[in-house]
Design a protein around this ligand. Structure first.
Ligand SMILES: N[C@@H](CCC(=O)N[C@@H](CS)C(=O)NCC(=O)O)C(=O)O
Length: 214
């Protein structure tokens, strides 16, 4: 089994943190996204969506999508499950992960891609197009993030993590949503104190791959 990845990319880091939590080691192949290697063979055929991360199984099957990769590895391993232990837990974790991914992580990812000059001509992940960067999309992402934080603040006042005392894949997604919010210099510490406490806890977790750069 081989993981195709590129260490600094947000979704690569999500898988990295998941692997560290699970204490799993995989053979990794670094594909230099910045040098457009994903558009060259063999990578273009392996993932025609031209994105990392993707996982190649022993039988040649390719699994793309961060969450699908992590879910597969979680099911294959015996160590404590980050996607839940029974039907109810799996559903609740999936619910939180979708809320965070759809209402926070992705809107902020698009804010970053529409703001930073590095992403000019690359606003949609895995494409090279003439779609222009849009300040409205930057603002919309930040507004959506604020709506999400406002909704989850009461939950985090009563819970250590999204699933009570249990750390899950939804917290990993959240950690990288917050990393995007740092890139956009969004300061919410005074407004959403419980969310901020949780963000700080996630940053201190030994599995946080961003600690390697400190
Ligand atoms: N929906 C995919 C998105 C993966 C993705 O956006 N990967 C980015 C790095 S974070 C990428 O490979 N971008 C290549 C590019 O835009 O050229 C997932 O969740 O894994």
């Amino acid at each position: 089994m081989k993981l195709y990845t590129f260490a600094p990319a947000a979704n690569a880091l999500r898988v990295d943190m998941f692997l560290r939590e699970k204490k799993l080691k995989l053979q990794t192949i670094s594909v230099n996204v910045r040098e457009d290697e994903l558009f060259k063979e063999p990578y273009n055929s392996m993932n025609p969506f031209n994105c990392i991360p993707f996982l190649e199984l022993e039988n040649g099957t390719i699994i793309t999508e961060t969450i699908s990769i992590c879910r597969y590895l979680d099911e294959q391993s015996n160590s404590s499950k980050l996607f839940g232990n029974d039907a109810e837990e799996r559903a609740i974790i999936d619910m939180w992960n979708r809320r965070i991914e759809l209402d926070g992580f992705l809107p902020l990812l698009h804010s970053v891609r529409n703001k930073t000059s590095f992403f000019k001509g690359k606003v949609v992940p895995g494409t090279r197009t003439s779609i222009t960067q849009s300040p409205e999309i930057v603002e919309r992402g930040i507004e959506m993030f604020d709506i999400l934080l406002n909704r989850i603040e009461p939950h985090l006042s009563k819970n250590k993590f999204l699933l009570g005392d249990k750390f899950s894949i939804a917290d990993i997604t959240s950690h990288f949503m917050f990393n995007l919010s740092n890139m956009l210099k969004i300061d919410f510490g005074q407004t959403y104190k419980n969310v901020y406490r949780w963000k700080s806890d996630l940053e201190k977790r030994p599995s946080n791959p961003l600690l390697d750069n400190d």
